[in-house]
Design a protein. Structure first.
Length: 422
């Protein structure tokens, strides 16, 4: 029977174990979690009563369109590090080591950004790079060497490769904020492929969000395909609940067919979830372990949830995000109704280290329960469908797409092209 439980605020502090990359050493490879066999997912869930949700006692969610905002912590790193220190201590959660970040913007001789330019990063004098990828939106490169097991690096060697194979290199200091690096060329970004995966919490409190995604998926993908008309698209889905439910993780893998993805979504239902935390760590790791394409393309995970992993599994969730960053897979966390401080903290860390953004539903919407106010300095509220379309268009064109003023329902703080003016 379909349940409509509301997520409860997780209690207790303290986290067993210590991820070396979080405290500054080389990360320990987490145990690979096998997918739950489909033959085992028919067991009956154990029903446990959920407690009152985050947001109860606040005003009810207003009826209307599904609305959301976002924060790009990559562009607001100083504010995020303050938030991370404060919340990590308050919640008893370990922090990803963000010391000596590499923040570069590649621009051409005409001062225009160079998204999609291939690059590598290595310790000066090292034979092999510790990271490689393609410059992102507006030609930006944001990498945290300590989270990739490199410790504290004061300098890195940047190598860039132009379309004709020419290589240029230079030594840059780390931890200096955004540094512009000029290359004598112009490019227009067009990805060869798009791997788009949704990781979805399908416990009982997520019914409204699941219904929304099922309904809107076709339109979101249509807009994405218009932004990257020459790209080959693949779609992936990982659904999860928790121990004692009908399943923990259902990994559907990739499909080339949009119609197959829509059938998968229609086949899901929101049920179970006897307590606040869920198997988010196992689900995210399953998504990260998919057979992602390599090369010049987009590897995107949208993690839609209203609860964190169990406290004892928080490090596994963070490790999965670090592995994603090493593979060039970006995570975009989407905090749904009832999301609490623990989920926001972990999802924002995962999005930051992998080069994604954190998105969140707002009370301007009539979907789900009341929504906790995010701990960010600025954001703008628009329709969720429009926000997802803009995020995808930004990644697929390499140029940040902002909402038209007519789309903005509400503003918080002083916002300018993703930056919070403080």
């Amino acid at each position: 029977m379909k349940q409509s439980w509301i997520k409860a605020l997780c209690v207790g502090v303290g986290l067993a174990g210590c991820d070396a990359a979080i405290v500054g050493e080389a990360p320990v490879e987490p145990v690979i979690v096998a997918d739950t066999p489909m033959a085992e997912v028919m067991m009956e869930p154990v029903l446990v009563e959920k407690r009152a949700s985050v947001g109860l006692g606040r005003r009810p969610a207003r009826q209307g369109v599904v609305t959301a905002g976002d924060i790009d912590d990559t562009l607001n790193l100083a504010a995020f590090t303050r938030y991370q220190a404060r919340q990590g201590k308050a919640l008893g959660l370990k922090r990803v080591n963000l010391l000596t970040p590499v923040q570069i913007q590649l621009v051409g001789h005409n001062n225009k950004p160079l998204p999609g330019m291939h690059y590598t990063l290595r310790k000066p004098g090292a034979a092999e790079p510790f990271h490689s990828g393609y410059a992102g939106v507006d030609g930006r490169i944001s990498v945290f060497p300590a989270s990739l097991g490199q410790g504290r690096l004061n300098k890195v060697e940047l190598r860039t490769f132009s379309a004709d194979g020419a290589m240029r290199q230079e030594i840059l200091s780390t931890g200096k904020g955004w540094q512009r690096v000029t290359r004598d060329e112009t490019t227009r970004y067009s990805p060869d492929f798009v791997d788009l995966v949704f990781v979805f919490d399908t416990t009982g409190s997520m019914g409204d969000e699941l219904a929304w995604l099922t309904k809107e998926f076709k339109g979101i993908v249509s807009r994405a395909k218009r932004a990257a008309p020459g790209a080959d698209f693949r779609f992936g889905l990982v659904a999860y609940r928790d121990k004692g439910d009908a399943y923990e993780v259902q990994n559907y893998g990739f499909t080339l067919k949009q119609s197959q993805m829509q059938r998968w979504l229609r086949g899901l239902n929101a049920d179970g979830g006897g307590d606040y935390p869920e198997a988010a760590d196992r689900a995210l790791r399953a998504a990260v372990d998919l057979n992602w394409k390599r090369g010049k393309g987009e590897r995107l995970i949208f993690h839609i949830a209203d609860a964190p992993p169990h406290k004892s599994n928080s490090l596994a969730y963070t490790r999965a995000a670090q592995i994603a960053a090493g593979k060039g897979v970006q995570i975009f966390g989407l905090g749904a109704s009832g999301v609490g401080d623990e989920a926001e903290f972990l999802m924002r860390q995962a999005s930051l280290v992998s080069g994604g953004r954190y998105l969140f539903l707002t009370d301007d919407s009539g979907v789900g329960q009341a929504h906790a106010e995010p701990k960010v300095a600025c954001y703008r509220v628009t329709r969720l469908k429009a926000l997802l379309s803009r995020v995808l268009a930004s990644e697929l064109t390499g140029k940040r797409v902002e909402a038209a003023q007519s789309e903005v329902i509400r503003s918080v703080g002083v916002y300018s092209d993703g930056f919070c003016q403080q």
